[in-house]
Ligand binder design. Sequence first.
Ligand SMILES: Cc1cc2nc3c(=O)[nH]c(=O)nc-3n(C[C@H](O)[C@H](O)[C@H](O)COP(=O)(O)OP(=O)(O)OC[C@H]3O[C@@H](n4cnc5c(N)ncnc54)[C@H](O)[C@@H]3O)c2cc1C
Length: 486
Amino acid sequence: MRNDVSPIAAADICSWDHEADVVIAGFGVAGAAAAVEATRAGADVLVLERTGSWGGAAAMAGGFIYLGGGTSLQAACGFEDSVDNMSAFLNAAMGPGADENRIADYCAGSVAHFEWLVGCGVPFKAEFFGEPGWEPLGDHGLMYSGGENSHPFNTIASPAPRGHIPQMVDKKQGEASAGYMLMKPLVNTALAAGARALYDIRAQRLAVESDGRVVGVIARQYGKDIALRARRGVVLATGSFAYNDAMVAQFAPRIAGRPAASVEQHDGQSIRMAQALGADLAHMDATEVAIFIDPQQLVRGILVNGRGQRYVAEDSYPGRIGQLTLYHQDNTAYLILDDAAQEAAMASASPKLMMRPPTWVAGTVAELESEMGLAPGSLQATVATYNAGAARGTDPLLHKKAQWLRPIGSPVGAIDLRDCTGGFTLGGLATTLDAEVVHVSGVPIPGLYAAGRSAAGLAAWGYASGISLGDGSFYGRRAGRSAARP
Ligand SMILES: Cc1cc2nc3c(=O)[nH]c(=O)nc-3n(C[C@H](O)[C@H](O)[C@H](O)COP(=O)(O)OP(=O)(O)OC[C@H]3O[C@@H](n4cnc5c(N)ncnc54)[C@H](O)[C@@H]3O)c2cc1C
């Protein structure tokens, strides 16, 4: 079906159905942060939300917010960090192609942003979670969330955990997690400050003056077109394009058919609406990629590709493992682990949602290799090299930490991890550090702002858990402040 995103001339709009100083499309994390700051700046704010309630993907999220540089939570958990240390990590981990200026800006404001979240009522418990996992099992407030303490990043910056997680009691991983405890206080703060919200309304086109200034939004509600005038500015915050098949095929084809950690409303609408005005884009090929296996199993085994060779330290951030598997190993991976390792993983406190049984089991590595159909000798050479190092407590090839090194014994199994990745898109509208949407000519489009996954953020190729809620809330605030300027 054709999606008409072409801008409409303000002069052609006979009457406006609603008016506000700032109109925000999307009531997820970026929209809520924008609403808080715009109302606090004295603007009359109207938020448009396509579904029947606020929250978006953010309310379903694990809740990691990537912050550091010495937050009070890091200090309370006994970790040292600095702005330069955090920048060094992000410049390496978000690249290739990471935007140094944006990273410097984000790191410099990170401690204050944490205090701002706390000031909005987001609760954090000063307890560190140090086990392998996608999320803390309890209501811990801090965790490594980007492989800061694993190779190669532990040689580039001093390891510091930066995944800040709101406290959520009775967490159910994948269903009701800590993202809810980020969103609820932000939304309550915005509404208490005077922001208004309309639900079941879908932003579709932008309204522009003859001089190119964006002055409103045309939206669809209950089968009718609704015109909403924005006296000062429009903020686009409707999420990524992970669920727009055509855009994924065009910009990020490796992730096609495998959206994960996203919601169907992420259909790229904001990006298309702004593109129709000549907006520039950035990092459209960048994606978060999860590999669907429990990290408790990953750290205890060795991960090999279709040639039976290791390619990443198994104690790395699992999102990095997912990216390297999908993009560099043709989405083919096998986790080799012996009986003792499998039992140890099963005995961990992990909720076992992503725990997998072995696909093949054999008495020797040679038999396993043959059952798996790998080239003769390939897996045997890999295991022999790994075992020789593990016996000495080192991993000279990939530098897995000594605490996880143990020679692989018998019986030995392999878990088939072919085609076991999924994720969401990270690219979007090019914006200034003040969240102004940039025209292809390089100048901001007057009256138009964007944040969250509708905009390109910190991630150029790499990723760390918490970057989306982090840059979404950080630049959402900027968008709200910029749009509220009279
Ligand atoms: C299960 C899960 C776990 C995750 N865990 C983490 C994590 O721990 N840390 C992290 O950083 N990220 C995580 N993410 C990703 C993160 O939630 C999103 O990337 C983030 O919420 C993006 O922020 P946003 O404001 O752009 O989008 P959202 O928070 O999704 O908000 C966008 C809003 O816009 C609405 N909308 C869409 N189209 C329109 C339209 N045309 N008009 C009006 N409204 C519209 C949507 O309904 C939605 O409410 C997770 C996601 C999921 C689903």
